[in-house]
Structure formats: structure tokens, C-alpha cells
Design a protein around this ligand. Structure first.
Ligand SMILES: [Zn+2]
Ligand SMILES: [Zn+2]
Length: 311
């Protein structure tokens, strides 16, 4: 594994990955939180507003772009004054599996600073469950170690523009879910993906992500502090440091995999430029979120959220 990674290939694959595009469209913290709220049954504008403590204008613009992408649809529920409820479309419903993984990650590694339900119940089998990442072809549970990642930049997918990505502005006075959002924003997930693909050094990350060195040098220590990365001196060259994924960093992979496949299936109808193969069954790996109890694939309408202490 000490072979030098092909940095140009990794750069092109990341730039044309469905993950990168999906994160650009729905990876901002507000959009992610609105979707999570929708899956928990929030529908009305005012309910989103109070649950997320989101500025009204921001909420309105995010809902508009969700409708524009055909992930949500408005329904008039009151005529005077006009009031709308926002429902998920089929395409919006399909983000569910990825969203479940953010819940699971927060339960395991988060600091419980956000008001998420504490238990998920699979109505189909009647049991409380933890979502698992499974291979659609053989049904087995899969972790990153079970996969071989092949890179094949798909010419039918657009490249990210060269313009540097924005850093999200996060302040402590923002909404209650900032902590989660900060650790799962676009940059974080792209850096995790570059590490998964074999990059380990600062200059490698900067090259494949086309991220400016000043920005990267702020990002990496923040990710180390958040427990997603560890850093140590390079054994071959003590002047350099290597960045490695911690268990919490690796545990972001199910979310990354499910978001990528959602974009492949629902936005582009094209395979991503990063093509995992499940070593055990030899098939192309199509990730699915399954019930840890009965191993069936999970649908939004089959899951009940429970909050401890609630009736
Ligand atoms: Zn398989
Ligand atoms: Zn089940």
C-alpha cells in the first residue's frame, strides 16, 4: 500500500464523481437538515423554522432550490392566509438511506448536542435497529475494507469548475445542528474521500482536491480536532506528516457511498467515476442501507423514530 497514488487520476475521478456533485447540490448544512426534518415528519414552513432555528429567508431559498431539484413539492393546506406544507418527492425520498447514515454516525460519534431521535424502529420486522451498509448483489454487510476502489473518470459527468469551493461560515450562535454539519460538510467529505483513495500527505490532498494550501492548512487541524483524522510523522521522511482516517472518519464512508449512488441513480443516470467492487462476491458494489435486525432494505415509510422520554 506504500505505492505512490496516481494523483492526476484521483483528481479527475473526484472532480467528476457523483459524490462531488451531490454534495454541491444538497451537501450544505441547511439543506441536509431540512431533509432530515422532512424524514422525521416536519412539513410546514413554520415547523421547519422553529425546529431548525433557521432564518426565514434562508429556509425559503433552500426550500425553493429543493423544489427546483424536484426533491420536494409544495401543497397548499390553508387558503387565507396561504400556507404550504412541503412533501418529499420520490427523488427526495430516495435520499433517505444516506440521511439515515448521518443519524447513525451522530449516535456513535457525535456529542449528542442535537435533538435527534434516539431509536429507530423498523415497522416491517417490528424491531429497533441500527442501519447497515450492504451490497445489493449479495446482501452482505460491507465496510470499506471489503471493497476494491477502481477509478474510471466518466466522460459523461461534468468536471467541477476550477473555482475554489467556498468554506462554510459557521458560528457558535447558528442553529443547533452546526456541530454535525461542520463535520459533514462538503470539504470534510471530499478530504475523507481523497484519503480513502490513498492520499496521505498535505501536498497530495491539495493536488487532488484543488484546494488552496491556506484553506487546507486550516481544515486538516480542525478535522484532527473533531476526531476524524490522526496525524503522525511519515516513517520514510520525518519532515513530512501523514494524515490517517480514525474510526470516526472511516465511519463516514456509508454516507459517502449512499450519497454517491443516489446521485448516480437519481440525478445523472450515470455510474460515478469512483467504482467500488465488492471483493467477496466480485460484483460492482451498489450500496444499500439495510435493517441491522432483518437485513431488509430500508424505506422511509417503514421506519419509525422514537425519542427517549417521549410517549
Ligand atoms: Zn457483494
Ligand atoms: Zn428489520
Amino acid at each position: 500500500m506504500s505505492e505512490a497514488p496516481d494523483l492526476d487520476l484521483i483528481r479527475d475521478a473526484l472532480s467528476t464523481s457523483t459524490l462531488s456533485h451531490a454534495l454541491k447540490l444538497i451537501g450544505d448544512r441547511w439543506t441536509m437538515q431540512i431533509l432530515m426534518g422532512a424524514f422525521m415528519g416536519v412539513k410546514r414552513f413554520d415547523d421547519f423554522q422553529s425546529w431548525l432555528a433557521i432564518p426565514r429567508r434562508t429556509l425559503s431559498s433552500r426550500l425553493k432550490s429543493l423544489m427546483h431539484m424536484d426533491l420536494m413539492r409544495p401543497r397548499l393546506y390553508q387558503e387565507r392566509p396561504e400556507r404550504y406544507a412541503y412533501h418529499l418527492t420520490r427523488k427526495g425520498m430516495a435520499v433517505y438511506e444516506a440521511t439515515l447514515m448521518t443519524w447513525d454516525w451522530e449516535q456513535r460519534f457525535g456529542e449528542n448536542r442535537i435533538a435527534l431521535p434516539t431509536r429507530l424502529v423498523h415497522k416491517t420486522c417490528g424491531h429497533g435497529f441500527i442501519p447497515q451498509l450492504s451490497c445489493e448483489a449479495c446482501g452482505e454487510t460491507v465496510t470499506l475494507r471489503d471493497l476494491e476502489l477502481r477509478l474510471k473518470p466518466n466522460p459523461h459527468l461534468p468536471h467541477d469548475p476550477d473555482a475554489p469551493m467556498r468554506t462554510p461560515k459557521v458560528t457558535v450562535t447558528d442553529g443547533a445542528m452546526d456541530h454535525l454539519a461542520l463535520r459533514m460538510d462538503r470539504w470534510t467529505l471530499m478530504i475523507v474521500s481523497a484519503l480513502v483513495l490513498g492520499c496521505r500527505h498535505f501536498d497530495q490532498l491539495s493536488h487532488v482536491l484543488r484546494i488552496s494550501p491556506p484553506l487546507l492548512s486550516r481544515r486538516l487541524p480542525a478535522m484532527v480536532e473533531a476526531g476524524l483524522l490522526s496525524v503522525e510523522p511519515d516513517r520514510d521522511d520525518r519532515r513530512r506528516r501523514v494524515y490517517l482516517l480514525t474510526p470516526a472518519g472511516r465511519a463516514l464512508f456509508p454516507y459517502i457511498a449512499l450519497l454517491s449512488v443516489w446521485a448516480s441513480e437519481h440525478l445523472f443516470n450515470e455510474p460515478s467515476s469512483i467504482r467500488p467492487r465488492h471483493k467477496a462476491c466480485g460484483k460492482a458494489f451498489v450500496p444499500r442501507a439495510t435493517c441491522g435486525h432483518c437485513h431488509e432494505r430500508l424505506n422511509a415509510w417503514d421506519v419509525r423514530f422514537e425519542t427517549e422520554g417521549a410517549a
